[in-house]
Design a protein around this ligand. Structure first.
Ligand code: PBG
Length: 322
């Protein structure tokens, strides 16, 4: 034999030396769910080990994450039903929960990078990402609110806004709004290739944000499509996105690679709630080793081409590899 491939696999020492992909806590964005109240840490049934935090406990969580080497968080809020409408009114409230959450994170740890979800669904009486008229989700009217919402987050101190709505033209509108108001240091992480996926189910439980009618297929992408992801992403880059994203991650590793080979700005991937829940559920039954499944999954997402990964495993993984 001229070549024995197993030579490079025979000990942990040589395997570590030639490993192509290493995940570190610096790769992770930790999504966080925030609710009103005091000393509230509410379990989410379909996301074992994950919680909704009130602002006081959010601060504790931020300090813990920072101590583990996690340097960025992605904020989501659970809006009380009474404040939901069809215009995103509460999303623009300077004293709204999101705006207070941004400030709370910065108080707890000024260095923590704060990214905020920009979409109407948590605020929508219809559970849709945009303004609803009849059975339609209006595009341009929604984009105007998303730009105002982004501005509101920037004012509260967000480092990055992360539009997750998939309306057309929103990156340009957000960039213009930021520029016109001199927020020249606020970044945009665009959910540029976001698919209409069943894997968001547990997240919608977490925020009580499931669509009240229909589905999200008229704005989120068809999972049968690959070229469409390239088009969406190139357009967002052109409109001024600083970071693009593929979502979900594990069922879309081919898309992550495709995007990585296409753009020269950082690519993120969102390892979504359903992907987290699957591993948790199988592990609870003893059918999978949770730690191994988690590390293998996260490594595969990075190997596919993700420079950063939004994942509910951020804290657990950081504890193991940090
Ligand atoms: C809302 C939003 C969703 C997720 C992130 N932002 C849900 C959706 O589009 O219905 C999903 C995240 C997850 O499942 O972990 N615009």
């Amino acid at each position: 034999m001229q070549r024995r491939n197993r030579i490079l696999r025979q000990s942990q020492a040589i395997r570590s030396l030639v490993a192509e992909t290493l995940i570190t806590p610096h790769d992770f964005i930790a999504p966080l769910f925030v609710i009103e109240g005091k000393s509230v840490k509410e379990a989410i049934a379909s996301m074992p080990g994950y919680y909704r935090f009130s602002l006081d406990l959010l601060k504790e969580e931020i300090k813990e994450l920072w101590g583990l080497g996690i340097k960025s968080v992605l904020l989501f809020i659970k809006c009380p039903d009474a404040l939901k409408d069809n215009k995103g009114t509460e999303a623009l409230n300077p004293e709204g929960l999101m705006q207070r959450a941004i400030r709370a994170v910065k108080e707890a740890e000024p260095g923590m990078l704060v990214m905020t979800d920009v979409a109407l669904d948590p605020y929508s009486s219809f559970g849709h990402d945009g303004i609803v008229e009849g059975s339609e989700i209006l595009n341009d009217e929604t984009v105007a609110v998303l730009a105002a919402m982004s501005l509101s987050h920037a004012r509260a101190g967000a480092d990055f806004v992360a539009p997750s709505d998939m309306m057309d033209g929103r990156i340009l509108a957000i960039r213009q709004a930021l520029e016109e108001n001199s927020f020249t240091r606020t970044g945009i992480m665009s959910y540029s290739a976001k698919y209409a996926s069943c894997f968001y189910g547990p997240f919608r439980d977490a925020l009580d944000s499931a669509p009240g009618f229909g589905d999200k297929k008229s704005y989120q992408m068809d999972y049968a499509n690959r070229r469409e992801a390239v088009n969406e992403t190139l357009q967002d880059v052109q409109e001024g996105a600083d970071i693009v994203m593929v979502k979900p991650a594990m069922a879309y590793l081919d898309i992550i690679r495709e995007i990585k080979n296409t753009v020269t700005i950082p690519v993120s991937a969102y390892h979504v709630s359903g992907e987290y829940a699957m591993i948790k559920a199988a592990a609870e039954r003893g059918w999978l080793n949770e730690e191994k499944a988690m590390l293998e999954s996260l490594t595969s997402i990075k190997r596919a081409g993700a420079d950063l990964i939004a994942t509910y495993f951020a804290k657990d993984a950081a504890k193991l590899i940090g």
